[in-house]
Design a protein around this ligand. Structure first.
Ligand code: NI
Length: 220
């Protein structure tokens, strides 16, 4: 894939919606404006720790509503990605509104995502702080490849390929992990994991209060 560029030959900074550059896009996506905020599940709830079911029925109002609600929920919680089992729905769907390391904003949803296996020789691992809306409060360094390609389908069942670098690649991997029942804390050493969960226990009430306040505020 070639890197899109403008006349000066620098990075194309246009927003990527479903992987495609668009000239203009609202700060709050239309899905979020339609959606209703749902409760976010927390580490320990079974739905987060098992593989989600594949989407088999596309183009339904229920699936569209799920994506709307996931965007609304993600914004209230100030997240950059959210998986369906984080709103207690056992389906392979995730959404994102996430910057990459060049400051390009990526927005979209995907069903039944599968990550391309990258040959280990060409992988570049980067360690960076990661957090999760289902582990409210803490962040911890996690090592991941700095490039990711996911293949899946959109709401209507059309094939979709999304490619990410840097922080957005991290997001694509983190959210795909969720749909296979894996949280980022599962990638930490036992000791580090315990420390993260301890910090979560101390900070979760404060995070929940902040989300509740944002949910109650008018959306702009
Ligand atoms: Ni997460």
């Amino acid at each position: 894939m070639s890197v899109p560029s403008d006349r000066e030959g620098s990075v194309d900074r246009r927003v990527r919606v479903q992987g495609e550059p668009v000239d203009d896009y609202p700060r709050v996506v239309p899905e979020a404006a339609r959606g209703t905020v749902r409760r976010i599940t927390v580490v320990g709830e079974p739905v987060l720790h098992r593989r989600c079911r594949e989407v088999t029925e596309f183009g339904t109002p229920e699936l569209a509503r799920l994506v709307d609600d996931m965007f609304a929920t993600m914004y209230v919680a100030e997240g950059v990605g959210l998986a369906a089992n984080q709103v207690d729905v056992d389906l392979q769907v995730f959404v994102w509104d996430c910057p990459d390391d060049q400051g390009v904003r990526h927005v979209g949803h995907i069903c039944n995502p599968v990550l391309d296996e990258e040959p280990s020789g060409s992988r570049r691992l980067v360690e960076s702080d990661e957090g999760c809306l289902s582990v409210p409060g803490p962040y911890a360094p996690v090592s991941r490849p700095d490039h990711a390609v996911v293949r899946g389908f959109d709401l209507a069942g059309r094939p979709l390929v999304v490619e990410g670098w840097g922080y957005f690649a991290r997001c694509l991997q983190h959210e795909t992990d969720h749909l296979y029942g894996r949280l980022y804390v599962d990638r930490l050493t036992g000791r580090r994991r315990k420390a993260v969960l301890r910090e979560m226990a101390e900070r979760r009430d404060e995070v929940f209060a902040r989300r509740a306040a944002r949910a109650a505020a008018p959306r702009g």
